[in-house]
Ligand binder design. Structure first.
Ligand code: M6R
Length: 614
């Protein structure tokens, strides 16, 4: 969701900005633009609606010389996607150019006030208000750009990551952040700036994550300066990036999503590394070990997340209730933040987020902290906001997930939640040594078992052709596979645009059964577990109404295999580990159906990878 790139240094500025924008495409956007300042201090802005390639085509005959530049991919919030609303935005006199991620909540009040002072506006965006405000302050107070930025940020409410160029100052970028990510790469006499480190990973491994309410001043030939809103210098903490360029490429696969689905044996292995030791007899989760007293004393767990991460959270509830005997509530972060949550120091709040930047989840964390809860983060992106805002936590370590539809992050999140439930259960005495050893042994085998599941690829590809033109799908499951069914339905709808409902199988008869006919296929997730006999009768109910059935069952299944139209057999594993196994055929099914329909699976319409606005 919106991406910022900036560069100041001796390389080809335009080239670095465009490559950087391509790297950030996965975040989701609908227009792109670039501001280039020539060595003589002329400030040029070029923008185009649609893909970054449209911007490149537009720029072909333009003056692309530059000593410094900023660029942006916009995901429309205020005003439609258009050339005009695309960033960067000029100030009234064309002396400033600014890019912005986030939303300025009080933009209307500020805009009205500026208009009364004679400032005119040319776009529908909240961002233009910010650049006009900075210029207005600069002119009225006769101050420097840095002072004007500081004063303007003191007046805005909302979330922002910004970068500003000033005409006549080709040696400088001024940037700032609040609740929207921004990271600076430091090279030899050069600075990179981006929403995440992917645009500059091949140039430098030294990164500085800008903190909330910090203004960054990058000047050629000078060290990076960070200032807070009181104009005090703050510490520059340099982090070593652990990211490689090969992780950001497709590695021979036609799409990132397929690559990420097939990476899962390796990503699960990476997620486990050093955490399940002594042949499975011991779980080592630093975040839990460092906070044993908190986990021992907890009276309740509340999980907050959005989308796929919320589905992983729902699985976390089943796992923690079974293994730790603790009550667990799972809330959409967007609801939690506004529904007066009753939270206190006896609660542990677990916030789950692949990107670590989801605005609603971040807000939920802040509320939980204010109310005295211990907040534990489960995230993928090292150095992102959520790990920094939580008291402790665990990274899932599945590598960059570029496809907008989450796949390997989901299985990584579920695996970390499984380890957490086992570790906490052991700590609290609800899980015995023997149970840890048994489940630990199975967990160590998961990467190999997932490899086995991926052999269904050809069969699923073939199957997808039969269902490509279905207009609705039902996904049913019970127990641990109810959240998995929800996730299966989400995967299908977000990349193929087919309407799909996930439902607890037994609830079907309370309403959705009315929808079932020959045109409404059902995917039924029914591995051999303690609810198997129950789900058999749900399958029969679908069949009796003429619905076709794709069943995901355990190897050796006899009952459902006889009734279903198509059967996908997965290895037998203990019940609480089935979601990691059963979710994979559904990822592949969604992928192939979307491909058959000619959809852009890596960048589905309207979606963003990192949802940094409310
Ligand atoms: O980065 P997060 O895990 O916080 O993102 C939450 C959701 O936006 C995300 O899971 C979304 O639902 C994905 N597109 C699912 O594939």
């Amino acid at each position: 969701m919106c991406g910022i790139v900036g560069y100041l240094g001796g390389r080809d500025v335009y080239d670095i900005l465009i490559k950087g924008l391509h790297r950030l495409e996965y975040r989701g956007y609908d227009s792109a633009g670039v501001a280039l300042e020539t060595p003589e201090g002329k400030l040029n802005v070029y923008k185009a609606m649609g893909k970054v390639s449209n911007l490149e085509a537009f720029c072909r005959d333009k003056d692309l010389r530059a000593s410094v530049g900023i660029a942006h991919t916009r995901w429309a919030t205020h005003g439609e996607p258009s050339d005009n609303n695309a960033h960067p935005h000029y100030s009234e006199d064309g002396n400033l150019a600014l890019v912005h991620n986030g939303t300025i909540e009080n933009y209307k009040v500020l805009k009205d006030a500026l208009m009364q002072h004679g400032v005119s506006f040319h776009t529908e965006t909240d961002t233009e208000v910010l650049v006009q405000l900075i210029e207005y302050i600069k002119l009225t107070n006769g101050c420097t750009l840095i002072e004007a930025v500081r004063e303007a940020l003191g007046q805005v409410q909302g979330a922002y990551a910004i970068a500003v160029l000033e005409k006549g100052h080709p040696e400088q970028i001024v940037a700032a952040r609040k609740s929207s990510p921004l990271v600076i790469g430091i090279g030899e006499d050069e600075f990179f700036l981006a929403s995440d480190a992917t645009p500059f990973v091949e140039y430098t491994k030294e990164a500085v994550y800008v903190k909330d309410d910090e203004i960054a001043v990058m000047r050629r030939g000078e060290p990076l300066r960070l200032l807070n809103l009181k104009n005090e210098e703050t510490t520059v903490d340099v982090t070593e990036l652990n990211l490689s360029i090969s992780q950001l490429e497709k590695g021979g696969y036609p799409h990132f999503m397929l690559k990420e689905i097939f990476e899962q044996p390796a990503t699960l292995h990476d997620c486990l590394r050093g955490r399940v030791v002594e042949h499975g007899r011991r779980i080592v989760l630093a975040g839990v070990m460092d906070n044993e007293d908190k986990f021992r004393a907890a009276k309740r767990i509340v999980i907050v997340a959005c989308g796929t991460s919320w589905h992983a959270g729902l699985l976390g509830k089943y796992l923690i209730q079974e293994l730790c005997h603790l009550p667990v509530e799972v809330e959409y972060a967007s609801e939690f933040r506004y529904n007066n949550p009753v939270i206190g120091p006896d609660d542990i709040v677990i916030a789950i987020s692949q990107s670590g930047e989801t605005a609603d989840t971040l807000a939920a964390i802040q509320i939980a902290r204010q109310k005295g809860a211990f907040v534990y983060g489960i995230s993928n992106v090292v150095g992102s906001s959520i790990p920094r805002e939580t008291h402790s936590g665990t990274y899932i370590h599945v590598g960059p997930e570029i496809g907008v539809a989450s796949t390997k992050a989901f299985t990584g999140q579920v695996l970390v939640l499984t380890l957490l439930a086992l570790a906490v259960g052991h700590l609290r005495g609800t899980v015995s040594d023997q149970q840890v050893a048994e489940l630990g042994g199975w967990i160590l085998r998961l990467p190999t078992l997932v490899k086995e599941v991926l052999k269904l690829d050809k069969k699923i590809k073939h199957l997808s052709a039969i269902y490509t033109y279905a207009r609705n799908f039902l996904y049913l499951g019970r127990g641990y596979n109810y959240p998995t069914a929800l996730e299966g339905a989400l995967k299908l709808k977000e990349i193929s645009y087919i309407h799909a409902e996930g439902y607890p199988a037994a609830e079907m008869k309370h309403g959705p059964i009315a929808l079932i006919d020959a045109d409404m296929p059902s995917v039924i997730v029914a591995p051999s577990d303690h609810l198997y006999d129950k789900i058999v009768s749900n399958v029969q109910q679908v069949k009796a109404r003429g619905g076709s059935i794709i069943a995901i069952v355990s190897k050796g299944d006899t009952e459902i295999s006889k009734i279903a139209d198509h059967v996908l057999e997965v290895p037998v594993v203990p019940e609480c580990l089935t979601p990691i196994i059963t979710s994979i055929p559904m990822q592949l099914l969604s992928y192939y159906i979307a491909i058959n329909k000619g959809k852009d699976v890596d960048m589905p319409r309207n979606l963003a990878k990192s949802v940094t606005v409310e």
